[in-house]
Write a protein that binds this ligand. Sequence first.
Ligand SMILES: C=C(O[C@H]1C=CC=C(C(=O)O)[C@@H]1O)C(=O)O
Length: 446
Amino acid sequence: MSTPSLTALTPAHGQSSGLRSITVAREDLDPRTGLLEYVVRDDAHTWIRRGGGLVGYGEITRFTVTGPDRFTRAQDWWRRELAGAEVLDELGIPGSGLIAFGSFAFSKTSPHASRLIVPEVVVGCTEGRSWLTYITRDPEAELSAAAAEAALAAWLLEPAADRSPSPGDRLAPGVLTEDQYTRAVAEGVEHVRRGELSKLVLARDIVAELERPIATAHVLRELAVRYEDCWTYAVDGLIGSTPEMLIKVENNTAEARVLAGTLDRADAPADDPGYAERVLAGSEKQLHEHQIAIDSLTETLAPFTSSMTSHSEPFVLQLPNVWHLASDVTARLTADDDGHVPTSLALVQALHPTAAVCGTPTTVAGALIRELEHLQRGPYAGPVGWIDAGGNGEWGIALRGAVIETPTRVRLYAGCGIVEGSTPEAELAETWSKFRPMIEALGIRR
Ligand SMILES: C=C(O[C@H]1C=CC=C(C(=O)O)[C@@H]1O)C(=O)O
């Protein structure tokens, strides 16, 4: 079977400061909670969907980078770290062994540092298999199941407290007021009408001001339980629950979930079961917006693949806050002459930014975002996820999330795809529906 091209770990036992790791199989997790029972520290790195995924603690090393080549530079760093690594991995499945969690800035011009972080301990779970990984740079450290369990136990000694919302917690405007945002959307629509581009995604922010420090683990558990079809993420202060999978690589298969087209469930009549199908899947405007997103993904992915499948029509994805038009794409990756397929980060480099978060054509949309949004997106709408030593990984798009700027100040982001038929008031309302997962998880009343 072809594997991504980072594999090649030559054990270097006894050599100095290279990464060393051991992964051991563990008993199955409680199916009722899955990995959630490990989301108990506010500083845990988290990637969870339906109880499975990865939870990491601590930090052995990190790489930070800015600029247009941030993905390739991060991958080069990861490759260098792996070249001298000693890896004992009795599972050998995607996500076991050495891994790095990552979050990347949306924009190639962003001053925000993209980062890969190698944790000390990882608890993983996928398709009924659970494992524990312990990572160290200490050449003398014992690599054993007992050492791994002891390292995990040390991280779990002091679980974070839950948090009940304080009455004084409040939402404050972000960089743009609501009026300024609707004016920006109106300008965006004008550009689309003039034929300069077919789709533009404009975002805005709001700020949660909390009376007491955010209880991140509690917020993440709330998100993961409510949004079980989404990927709940936490990487270095970036938190959220995204419904959109930019790219997942498992050996020689790549998968993506493309979303575009949104309907607020709060507006739905209670006694109309066909509402979403009719209003979302039956809307020319929404189908057009979705088609632009799916075309941009499949065209960019095609050169890396030997075959690709997706449904001919999008399906309606029901989340607690909204319905989306969604398409799942599965592709078989083409191997190079050495039998290696592209790594998950190489595909991220090619695919980001998609039409779902930037627009089409990308360069025109990117320039208009800079002109109209007045927002530093930072990691919002950038790739977030993890990569393993084989190059497998899962990279979602950091949506429906927030950046913890200080323990009591959390910035929430949401954006909307603007096409010719868009109206500024409807797009403003849509941003509120997309803020809702975070607002509710924080326990703030609007
Ligand atoms: C840009 C966001 O959502 C994107 C993903 C799904 C649907 C979208 C839409 O219908 O506009 C957006 O393109 C966001 O949540 O901030």
